[in-house]
Design a protein around this ligand. Structure first.
Ligand code: ADP
Ligand code: ASP
Ligand code: MG
Length: 417
């Protein structure tokens, strides 16, 4: 007997037929004698609709009311799944964030989990009940509903797993694991049996939406074996693969990975926009003013490139911001023109960040050189570069996204044999 968390994403609960399919997966684990907490997302597309309504109601709205609205999708799917499970003879009840409670801070729309009363759920396991938890939502100290940021049900699942001391957390989605890159873009992408926490963290934060970044951080901190698996695999089919592990991809410590590749995966993010300031003064304090103003406006800056000045007096500066903040960032820079002092500002949302990730890069030189050469051969111009120990990211024209990802995927030998 094990204690497990099973998380099902939006496409897995998109309609009643799929919810029935999910219930069969849950019943299988319950019938095997396991204690089960299920975490569900809203039905596919539902959260997008709710977000659109809040924007339509008022472009600048009260973030607390935004959360009241967008948390609603998970209430419906958790209730429906509990009903279907009961129909199948599985004792189950739904749990909204506030009922457990799952406490968060009060950063509405991007709240972070502080504490989960795991004992509430454990008590129900003792009574033989399956807990169906609404993902993505919690409650802040001031008694208002909060949400955890888009894709946040992954984080709910891992956090619940930590709170109840689960043996593992299974993230069921519409792909059967983590791939070397998004399989929707590169059909040759290969499924990985194992990915190290650090690599998954980079992949997720650099655009691979298969797991929310925060969920990977929590899995790493609490050492929770986390599997990414398909809800579309038959509920009554084989559930284990090599080594008797559950099917799918295991996210684990790097020393649990025997055959380490140099490059593990390629991620890309279209969620970027670039802003260039021409001829800013090359003197102390300029960067502090530019990035201070953006930070005051709660805009995150990612890649920053500044040239060495040719005349000792002026230089050019380029940086990226989330695409959703592009217009606001341009407005902040234009409003601060006198304080910053620049000749011209330009911006573009037609950029994409492509990243090559692998912990093998720590001990292996030449990965970047190979990357730049391969892209040059395809006449893809690199606009900016950033690196860390285990990743290289470049900014390119969005029109070349697929070509760049495919080129790098073959270059590092990741294509399916
Ligand atoms: P869910 O609704 O189950 O949370 P998501 O849409 O959030 O599912 O995440 C699954 C999707 O992530 C897949 O359909 C796939 O297109 C995308 N994805 C991006 N990068 C990867 C990757 N490296 N491996 C697997 N899936 C990826
Ligand atoms: N329903 C939420 C979203 O669409 C949370 C999730 O699916 O993980 O972002
Ligand atoms: Mg998701």
């Amino acid at each position: 007997m094990a204690r497990i968390v099973m998380k099902f994403g939006g496409t897995s609960v998109a309609d009643l037929e799929r919810i029935r399919n999910v219930a069969r997966h849950v019943k299988r684990e319950f019938d095997a004698g396991n204690e089960v907490a299920v975490v569900v997302s809203a039905m596919a597309g539902f959260t997008n609709q709710l977000v659109a309504w809040t924007r339509e109601a008022a472009p600048l709205h009260d973030a607390r009311e935004y959360d009241t609205v967008v948390a609603a999708g998970e209430q419906i799917s958790s209730g429906l799944l509990a009903i279907v499970l009961q129909e199948m003879g599985v004792p189950a009840r739904s749990w909204l964030g506030w009922q457990i409670p799952l406490m968060t801070d009060n950063a509405h729309g991007v709240a972070r989990i502080r504490q989960i009363a795991g004992e509430t759920l454990i008590e129900r396991f003792r009574q033989g009940q399956v807990a169906v938890v609404a993902g993505f939502q919690g409650i802040a100290e001031d008694n208002r509903i909060t949400t955890l940021g888009r894709g946040g049900s992954d984080t709910s699942a891992v956090a619940v797993a930590a709170a109840i001391g689960a043996d593992r957390c299974d993230i069921y989605t519409d792909v059967d694991g983590v791939y070397t890159t998004d399989p929707r873009i590169v059909p040759e992408a290969r499924r990985l049996d194992r990915v190290a926490f650090e690599e998954m963290l980079e992949m997720a934060s650099l655009g691979a939406k298969v797991l929310q970044v925060r969920s990977v951080e929590l899995a790493m901190v609490h050492g929770i074996p986390t599997f990414v698996r398909s809800s579309f695999d038959p509920p009554d089919g084989p559930q284990t693969g090599p080594g008797n592990l559950p099917t799918g991809t295991l996210i684990c410590d790097e020393d649990e990975i025997v055959e380490q590749q140099i490059v593990t995966g390629i991620a890309f993010s279209k969620d970027e926009a670039k802003i260039t300031l021409r001829r800013v003064a090359d003197q102390p304090g300029v960067a502090a003013t530019v990035f201070g103003r953006l930070s005051d406006a709660h805009i995150n800056v990612d890649v920053i490139v500044q040239n060495v000045s040719a005349d000792g007096r002026h230089t050019d500066m380029t940086f990226t911001v989330p695409r959703a903040d592009f217009e606001q960032a341009m407005a902040v820079i234009e409003a601060s023109a006198d304080d910053i002092g620049y000749e011209e500002v330009s911006g573009s949302a037609d950029v994409v960040k492509v990243s090559v990730i692998g912990i093998g890069m720590r001990s292996h030189a030449g990965v970047a050189a190979q990357m730049f050469k391969a892209l040059a051969e395809k006449s893809i111009n690199i606009q900016a570069i950033t690196t860390s120990e285990i990743k290289i990211s470049i900014l390119i024209d969005a029109a070349y996204t697929e070509l760049a990802v495919r080129t790098l995927h073959s270059l590092y030998g990741l294509d399916e044999a």
